[in-house]
Write a protein that binds this ligand. Sequence first.
Ligand code: NAD
Length: 352
Amino acid sequence: MAGAGALALSPGILRIRPREKPVGWAILGIGSYARNQIMPSFAACKHAKLVGLISGTPSKLETFGEQYGIPKSHRYDYEGMDAIRDNPEIEVVYVITPPATHPEFSIRAAKAGKHVCCEKPMAPTAAECRKMIDACKAAGKLMQIGYRSHYEAHNRRAIEICRSGELGKIKSFRSDHGFNIGRGQWRTQKALAGGGSMMDIGIYSLQALRYLSGEEPVEVSATITNPPNDDRFVDCEDDVQFTLKLPSGTQCSGGSGYSWRPGKSRFEVVGEKGTLLGEPATPYGGHRLYLDGEPLEVAPNNQFAAQIDQFSECIRSGGKVLTPGEEGMRDIQIIEAIYASAASGKPVRVPA
Ligand code: NAD
């Protein structure tokens, strides 16, 4: 189950072994998310160290190599990245490039003998996800998907509340994520993004529904609506509305959009005894959680560092990865069913 593993980790209970060498990470793809969220978060990690960079842009290798004190011997371009196999200090490669490039880079990293952390969405198709998982397994390496919300304090608290019975019998789960996208980005090019809003931002709605309910949907129904005469949506979808059929029969629905103003990041769980609202639910910071309209006090944590540390802990101790490749593949299988349902106008079963 998506959420069950999430309860196994509570912020602050990671076993700290100060004399153990931190796990060496290399970042592959120095774009916006890598530069602004991930690379600065290594300073807050207890078990990980940024030791390498892989980029297609020489000036980025130079600038960020200097900024993070990474020697020239630990900087690689894409053509030369397979040489990381001879660099024992690099133990993990964190792939932070557009989704269609994730399979190739992840598989090359695994073949070079490295553990792989890969950003969401894992890959454009479930078949590619399977190949990535198999490549890591064949190399005897672990895989993590960058689902940071599993490691974030407010989302963890929300999972606990949903499991505790505090809300009474739960009647419905709902989650919506969307924003207004600009023109000319890879996110609106299907060949690079794998899809549109559902792949990029709707995956947060799907994830929230899975980790809050702790259930795996067996069937989906979906509709896709694209505004006419908007050239952002010639190649990818805008608005997606979907319903997930859960084994328990509890109502479960979500949405995503690329033309939503001012944007939305939200989940709501309605129970017979109370209602839990997260809004904003999955931002980089400034999360808010409300029980029956009253704000809940939750100490914020660095979700990026917590994610990196949990994987590093697993590498050192052999523990269970909270968000493994299988978790990423499950989402892509469900998203494929969502696209198929929207295309056919009929409910579609999710593969078992
Ligand atoms: P970005 O456009 O800012 O950066 C993408 C990077 O990939 C750039 O450095 C670019 O040069 C490089 N790249 C390598 N091959 C490329 C190719 N063939 N085409 C285009 N660029 C290529 O994007 P971003 O926002 O940093 O997103 C990167 C990845 O991180 C995506 O998978 C995205 O979904 C994910 N992401 C995750 C979160 C999160 O909260 N977990 C947030 C933002 C982005």
